[in-house]
Design a protein around this ligand. Structure first.
Ligand code: PLP
Length: 470
């Protein structure tokens, strides 16, 4: 029986690390040739794994070899050039290396004292992003990284609930959102204890954006009934079509009734890196909270969602809990009003243990520079515009929503069955993968351009596939 754990010493780590990096570089090189969508039956992967864990440590080379044998066949390749499904989940070389180092450091950012660099780099990256994206100055110093848009939205809801009176007033609280919002808003409300019957669906325009007049109507009705309109969940870049809710008008309505207004720009937010796309930020100076996901379109691998509040007081009211065993060493070093402000991020979100996510953001932003990140976004939007033009010029198809970002939504004029057939043919080709949505009960094809490996000729190839399947 081994009496010592099988730790890698630094030299062993170096050698294993070289092998791992070689594997990744080879994977990147062959991504364009792998079938985009996993083609395995449920249980296929587990069938290749031993029923019990090894009792003795194995050679790293053997573990690595099993990546090809066991894991690769069951992967849908999100970084493949032909990946157009859902929204992108970008990664990149610098992000992967940042993640490697973050994992190796095993640093912990619960509080400033548990890792000053972890906290301060996070604060600084989020301030860099305020500048890079042209976000309101009120967000500066008020950002935090979470594991996803769903968590960011939950934090916004909990802050709004605290502001509106907390648990005691819970059964009077009412929230407002549209049927185009991501389900994470409804889920967050449910987690926060808001009954489904207290979520008002707000009507949308023919372009699927939330209607401010209908929001005002519903809020007034609820106020007259003695209820507390406490949260308005809006979206810039909805999941189905990238519709943009009219934030200035919605914020005006919400603020008149003292309701918290939250903006989910999970996918679209990255586009505001480009000055010509800053219309996406209209009205943000009047909102209470905002999120976007670098882990979607900004070349930073899962997980990394950026969450800002205009005023952190309500967020801290909702999240900060005293714990004596965590207080040691913080009293003297943690301050909220000096020139060099420190924060304890455990008080900003649900999690206590916090990874060093800012490191990969730092690597990404320094590697690409804001100009490089803009080029990444601009290429995708330009190609989406080309694809939208081709769709429009073909009588067999119709665009069903404006193409504003890198998403193109369209349908076959023969109806839903034709659309399903096209999606199926494209996805089975191995060359590309696309997903769908439904709008007004109709089946809609979605092409979300966003992989770092995609080039314009890949979009031409996709269009050829779609046309031949039509
Ligand atoms: N909000 C919008 C608009 C989205 O499109 C998505 C996912 O696609 C989400 C929220 C959920 O994101 P996450 O997976 O980071 O929770």
């Amino acid at each position: 029986m081994a009496d010592r754990p099988n730790h890698m010493d630094p030299e062993e780590f170096r050698q294993a690390g070289y092998q791992a990096v070689d594997w990744v570089a080879d994977y990147m090189a062959r991504l364009g040739d792998l079938p985009v969508m996993a083609d395995v039956e449920p249980g296929h992967i587990r069938g290749k794994l031993p029923a019990e864990p090894p009792t003795r440590g194995e050679d790293f080379a053997d573990v690595l070899a099993d990546l090809d044998r066991v894991i690769l066949p069951g992967l849908t390749h999100w970084q493949a050039p032909g990946m157009y499904g859902y929204f992108p989940a970008n990664t990149s070389g610098p992000a992967a290396l940042g993640e490697l180092i973050s994992a190796s450091l095993g640093a912990h950012g619960a509080m400033w004292t548990t890792g000053p660099s972890v906290t301060e780099l996070e604060q600084h990256m989020l301030d860099w992003l305020v500048t890079a994206l042209g976000l309101p100055e009120a967000f500066r110093g008020n950002g935090v990284i979470t594991d996803g848009a769903s968590s960011s939205t939950l934090c916004a809801i909990l802050a709004a609930r605290a502001k509106a009176g907390g648990n005691e007033k819970l059964d009077q609280m009412v929230a407002y959102t549209s049927d185009q919002a991501h389900y994470s808003i409804a889920k967050g409300l449910r987690v926060a204890g808001i009954a489904d019957s207290r979520i008002r669906p707000i009507a949308t325009t023919p372009d699927y954006a939330m209607r401010a007049d209908h929001l005002a109507y519903e809020i007034v009705k609820d106020r007259n009934d003695g209820l507390i309109p406490f949260f308005v969940g809006t979206t810039v870049g909805t999941t189905s079509t990238t519709a943009i809710d009219p934030i200035p008008e919605l914020a005006w309505v919400a603020s008149n009734f003292d309701a918290w207004i939250h903006v989910d720009a999970a996918f679209a937010g990255t586009a505001a890196l480009c000055p010509e796309m800053r219309f996406l930020n209209a009205g943000l100076e009047d909102v209470d909270s905002y999120l976007f996901n670098p882990h979607k379109w900004m070349l930073t691998n899962l997980d990394c969602s950026v969450f800002y509040v205009a005023d952190r007081a309500d967020l801290l009211n909702a999240m900060a809990v005293e714990a004596e065993y965590l207080s040691e060493g913080t009293a003297a070093t943690s301050t909220t009003d000096s020139e060099h402000e420190t924060v304890d991020y455990r008080d900003w979100t649900v999690a206590l243990g916090r990874r060093f996510r800012a490191l990969k953001l730092w690597f990404v932003i320094r590697h690409y520079g804001t100009e490089g990140l803009r080029a990444h976004v601009r290429r995708h939007i330009a190609w989406a515009s080309d694809l939208a033009n081709w769709v429009e010029a073909d009588d067999r198809f119709e665009l069903v929503a404006p193409q504003v970002l890198s998403l193109v939504c369209f349908r076959h004029t023969d109806g839903d069955e034709a659309g399903r057939r096209i999606m199926d043919t494209v996805n089975r080709s191995g060359r590309a993968f696309m997903s769908h949505t439904t709008l007004d009960g109709r089946f809609i094809l979605r092409v979300a351009i966003g992989s770092p490996q995609t080039e314009r000729h890949h979009i031409e190839e996709l269009w050829n596939l779609i046309q031949s399947a039509a």
